[in-house]
Design a protein around this ligand. Structure first.
Ligand code: NAP
Length: 228
């Protein structure tokens, strides 16, 4: 039974809605992002634990995991690696070292280190659920988003390996591949895209699958993206 969850990228969009829904379904949740003000508002609204961490910093994932463990008084049952971004669209000729490093750090390094910390606690318990939020760009890469496509494909590769390592220990691992969702992810409003609460519901529901079912890969899109 999943009773506690650590959620990254929880100060906005899909992650914020995941926290609302998990709290509404009775889980104790540790929410994180960088924006302390939005996390504080979410804590007041839902009663979750909340603390800011910048996952671009190398020591942040381990410190975050320890903070969540201390808040719960035990290792989390669920870890949702949801933090991510596509800071700008640009051709390969314009890429900078700094944006490559930041995308790697938040999307891959943080998710891998949080998965490592979680697996170390979940293996002896023989239970747990790790969810990694990638994107439909894993299935269809697009121009002018090469870094985003690259790190999400890397997260997919990591997740598939993790699925295979976790299986013998009774630990569930899910890769999530959402299509367009109307969040702060992009500067313009996209009312034709999925609402963040809808994407969150798809993700949260995987935690409530029957015990003998693992959702390995969850792909979903808005109607406007059905031409793939
Ligand atoms: N929206 C879409 O169309 C779409 C489609 C497919 C996949 N996704 C994926 O879904 C996930 C959630 O995205 P969203 O649409 O909800 O976007 P969002 O509203 O922009 O939320 C992104 C979250 O990631 C956090 N974050 C970014 N950089 C961080 C850092 N250095 N350290 C810690 N947290 C950081 C942000 O926190 P702060 O703002 O507090 O820094 C925020 O909570 C992402 O992984 C995204 O790639 C989104």
């Amino acid at each position: 039974m999943n009773q506690t969850a650590l959620v990254t990228g929880a100060s906005s969009g899909i992650g914020l809605e995941i926290v609302r829904q998990l709290c509404g379904r009775g889980l104790r949740v540790f929410a994180t992002g960088r924006n302390a003000g939005r996390l504080n508002t979410l804590r007041q609204e839902t009663g979750c634990f909340a603390e800011p961490f910048d996952l671009a910093l190398p020591e942040a994932p381990v410190a975050l995991y320890a903070a969540a463990k201390a808040a719960f008084g035990a290792a989390p049952d669920v870890v949702i690696n949801n933090a991510g971004f596509n800071r700008r669209k640009a051709p390969v000729t314009d890429l900078t070292t700094a944006e490559l490093d930041e995308a790697y750090a938040v999307t891959i390094r943080a998710a891998a280190l949080l998965s490592r910390e979680a697996m170390r606690d979940m293996i002896p318990r023989k239970s747990g659920h790790i969810i990694n939020v990638a994107s439909t760009v894993v299935w269809q890469q697009v121009e002018n988003s090469s870094i985003y496509c690259a790190v999400k494909c890397a997260l997919h590769g990591f997740t598939v390996a993790l699925i295979k390592e976790a299986r013998p220990h009774g630990i569930k691992v899910t890769g999530v591949y959402p299509g367009g969702t109307d969040t702060a992810f992009r500067a313009i409003d996209r009312p034709d895209y999925m609402k963040p609460e809808s994407a969150a519901r798809m993700i949260v529901d995987t935690l409530f699958a029957p015990a003998d079912v693992i959702v390995h890969q969850l792909t979903f899109r808005p109607f406007v993206e059905t031409n793939f």
